[in-house]
Design a protein around this ligand. Sequence first.
Ligand code: DAH
Length: 350
Amino acid sequence: MELHEYLRTADEIERDGAAALAAAADADALEAARIAFLGDRSGRIKALQESLKSIPKESKPAAGKRFNEARTRLEALLAERKSAVDRAAGAGAAEDLTLPARRQWEGAKHPVTLVIEEIEGIFRELGFTIAVGPEAETEWYNFGALNFPPNHPALDAHDTMYLEREGLLRTHTSPVQVRTLQRFAPPIRVLIPGKVYRRDPFDASHAPAFEQIEGLCVDEGISFVDLKATLNLFAKRFFGASRTRFRPSFFPFTEPSAEMDVQCGICGGAGCAACKGTGWIEILGSGMVHPSVLEAAGLDSERYTGWAFGMGPARIAISRYKIPDIRILYDSDARFLEQIAGAGHPGGAR
Ligand code: DAH
């Protein structure tokens, strides 16, 4: 083959190849064009390479140079076109507007938080404000001011972690009663949520750290009637139309003291597993604030009287949501939390 003929053939192949590659609209068309021009067995570039053999020796360098140019150009065009076709395929999927949107997972409130917030809402409507106090507390606020005599058996239930320098992790929210009475003058109506600590085993019904909600009402002329009326109203609001009962009890910081039960909402009082066959669920401890607690806080106990209560929102959450083991509340398994909170599924559409 003469050189001029070879160069003309190379021009043709390059021009046809560039046109075929440019016209390929998808991956299949591009692959067909690649095979036709750059294919190893019968591609036209391969044929051009073969015909180099028939070029006279003195023309070989020029023909070879032209062959390399044509092949390099088509290979570059192929690579360029391939990435354009791939990008178009990907972009098409991302822009499929018919796909359902992926929903953002917003998380869910913890069941104990739900219970605390609902209780706070009820007491706020009754004119209570929210107060808080320190979790690291002194022995005096946790015990002394609350009328626990040293070595009294009531201390047994309140074994806790003592801090290295001084003080302890509070075993109940009751010390905040004293802190509130020291700081504000009656009339006082406060609700005190917070974490408390005890040297308790971590089992199906105990935890060494848990939430409590304390209530305190102090003014002139407050009586046990106020306690019963307020707590009955709370029970009606929180548990529905349940009946309640008060059982005599003992706390060093109240006199008289009473535990309040609500009728079991599951069996309606007939007795079932949830209420251990009694028909009643114990929800709180309460009583008239002991005069020595008022005096410890600097109030005249002849002038002022008050009532108080303390309850465990985890216990209430367990009976309300029928949770079989208190430890589930500490796992923070998002699937469990949102099942209780009634939220959607994490990750949205699947
Ligand atoms: N502080 C008590 C406890 O943790 C609960 C309690 C009972 C609080 C009676 C009160 C109350 O304010 O009046 O066991």
